[in-house]
Structures are given as C-alpha cells and as structure tokens.
Design a protein around this ligand. Structure first.
Ligand code: ATP
Ligand code: MG
Length: 356
C-alpha cells in the first residue's frame, strides 16, 4: 500500500528569536497531510498557521527557527539525487528531512516539488515586467537542463498557456499584461498559475482569496478544487474563513496559540466539534440560512503567546473550563477514526496520548 501522507511534522516547535525574548509561535505540532487532499488550517490571526506552513518548505521568515521536532516529506524519488538525504521506506516512497535541506537542495524542492502562494501575494508581482516575462524568469531560474534560448522560450510559452488555461484566464491577453492591468481576482489567479508553473505535487495557499468579493472567492476555490481533483495536487489552505473550509477542505486542523487544538476530516470536525474552541469558531460563522441572532462570538481576546497560561492555552476563554484546565497542560486524545483533540474534556489516560 502506498504511503498515505505527503508531509508529516513531528512535535515541531518554532521560535522567533527576538532581541529581548523568544516567541514560541508553533508549539509541539504534529500534523499529517494526506496525499491528494485539500487540508485546511483554520484559526485566529497569530495562531501560527503561516509559521507552520512555511516550515513545510523550509522558508520560515527571519528570525524564525525550528528548535524541536522534524518535518518529513514523502515523495517518489524523482529528485533523490538532488535531495541528498532521501531514505526509501517502501517500493514507491522515499522520505526526506526538509529541515535538514541545504540551499541547493531547497532550490529543487521549492517550486519543482512544493510551492506556495504567500499571504498578500498579489503585491509580489513585478510591476515593471509583463506576466510572460515573469513566467520566463521563474522557469529560467529553476530549469534543470540548459537549452537554446529560442527553444526555451517556446517551452515557457507552452507551459504558461497551459497554466493560465487551468485558472480560466485568456493567455493571449494576460501574457502581455502588466500587474496594474489585472483585476484583484485575475492577479490571484495569475499567482495560482505561477505556483503551478513547474508542476509541483504540493501547494500551500495562504489566505488565497482575502480582499476579494465572495463571488470571486467562490470561483477561485472551485478552480482550486478542480486542480486538486483532476491533477492530484495536494493542497494546504490557510484561512480564517470557516465557511470556505466547510465547502472545500477534506481535512481540517484548528490552530490556537501555536497549538493544533483539533484535527480530523471536515465531516467529523463539523459534525462533532470536540474542542470548545472549534465549537466557538463554527458558532461564530454567519450562514445564509441560519438565524443571525443566534450567532455567538468567542469571548475575550486571542492568547498572548509571550505570556501563555499555565494550563490549557484556551482556558481563559473557554466556557467549559474547569480547575484542571487552569493548572495542567492537556493531553492529546486520539480517536480510532483519526480525529484528534487537545483538551482535558477527553483526556482520560489512554495509550497514544501525549502530554503537551
Ligand atoms: N517574522 C516574524 N518575527 C517575529 N514574530 C513573528 C514573525 N512572523 C510571525 N511572528 C509571530 O508568530 C506568531 C504566529 O504568526 P503567524 O503569522 O504564523 O500566524 P497566522 O496564524 O498565520 O496569522 P494570520 O492569520 O494573521 O496570518 C504571531 O504571534 C506573530 O506575531
Ligand atoms: Mg498567516
């Protein structure tokens, strides 16, 4: 049987080492990303979504560092030579430690195997180059084998048309355009086309539709879902938007204060909402059919990660908090269907539970 995951982080801790103190942005997160899935990480601002996602492709922003744990990437071995430290685990699968890759190995890994559409990426388009020139430059930097200019230009043109086609943009028009000539929705689709350019197997999408109207948002997510289903590209989606998650994700991880509070299939998460924080997030999301007067917001403010409470990080805002939550860190509880939750409500001591 084929190995089911593309990525696994194991007990990963990420600190931003600032001048006066160190900030633990990600705290012992073990996250598994299923091959071919759309997995969403949802949580309030500052909960650590971008930090953990950037760790997967080893590009955490300065001065962030992985201080504990490991990031494992499972692949088919195509770039074994370039990766250097790949180890075979079954007939079809190799595993590589991403946190140990050097700059040269990362050059292959990023774009060719895994790419990312960064938060606010629309502004990353170069205002002085046409879209074609930018596609050309990206492919030139990452191409494996040298080839004559004319032949390479033809190759870029062919691939550019293919990827613009996938995101439903008219390549004849768009390739000649500059960033300022594109609408917000078009820019975002160009960024997705960029991420697809070198045929990666995994894409991270960090808030890919923030600042776009709901109809454009929906349209872009339908395109992403089609890419995922038809090309088998695994996606990690980072968002605040619980509605989008319900509609498009296969698995959901709920982040709070740098910890993974709950993880499971979208169906299980929305049906069961084991963690009071997950319940709060879902209950505070408006829907067209639900009675708006029944919407409840989560009381209090997001936790200050410089000053974490002694017990559960969510305890000060939790309406189900009891004494133990205030004095002791919860255990992670694993259910047989793969659903997991970090909460004292479920933490009777069972095999496989981890203290965090
Ligand atoms: N480069 C950096 N230097 C210092 N601290 C940082 C840096 N990047 C992130 N942080 C801190 O790490 C924590 C997690 O930030 P992160 O950006 O991962 O959260 P997020 O869940 O992606 O938030 P958002 O929804 O706002 O994008 C925050 O407290 C943030 O202030
Ligand atoms: Mg972010």
């Amino acid at each position: 049987m084929e190995y089911p995951f593309v990525f696994e982080t194991k007990n990963i801790c990420i600190d931003y080492q600032l001048k006066k103190y160190s900030l633990r942005a990600v705290n012992k997160v073990s996250l598994s990303i299923h091959k071919g899935s759309i997995t969403a990480l949802v949580g309030e601002s500052g909960s650590g979504k971008t930090t953990i996602a950037t760790a997967l492709i080893n590009c955490i922003s300065e001065p962030g560092k992985i201080v504990e744990g490991e990031v494992l990437y499972y692949h088919d071995g195509t770039y074994n030579q370039q990766f250097g430290n790949a180890k075979q685990i079954d007939d079809h699968t190799y595993v590589t430690h991403v946190e140990k890759m050097d700059t040269q190995q990362l050059n292959f890994f990023r774009w060719l195997e895994a790419s990312m559409v960064f938060q606010g990426a629309q502004s990353a388009l170069n205002p002085l180059m046409t879209i074609f020139e930018q596609f050309f430059e990206t492919m030139r930097v990452h191409q494996n084998t040298p080839m004559p200019y004319k032949k390479f230009k033809e190759k870029v043109e062919k691939r550019s048309r293919e990827v613009l086609d996938i995101v439903n943009l008219d390549s004849d028009r768009v390739l000649k355009m500059y960033a300022h000539e594109l609408s917000g929705g078009m820019k975002q689709r160009v960024m997705i086309a960029f991420a697809l350019l070198l045929q990666p197997k995994f894409i991270i999408l960090d808030e890919p539709t923030t600042a776009l109207d709901v109809i454009t948002q929906d349209y872009i997510f339908k395109i992403l879902q089609k890419i995922n289903r038809e090309q088998g590209i695994t996606m990690l989606l980072l968002t605040h938007d619980v509605g989008i998650v319900a509609k498009f994700a296969d698995y959901v991880g709920v982040m709070y204060g740098g910890q993974l509070m709950e993880f499971g299939t979208t169906m299980d998460i929305f049906k069961q909402r084991l963690h009071p924080y997950t319940d709060g997030l879902i209950s505070s999301t408006p829907s067209i059919i639900a009675d708006v007067s029944k919407l409840e917001s989560i009381p209090g403010n997001p936790v200050d990660i410089r000053n974490l409470p002694l017990g559960c990080v969510f305890a000060p805002r939790c309406h189900k908090c009891f004494h133990r939550c205030e004095i002791e860190r919860p255990h992670r509880h694993y259910f047989p269907n793969g659903h997991q939750v970090l909460c004292h409500l479920y933490s009777e001591k069972t095999k496989g539970d981890q203290h965090e």
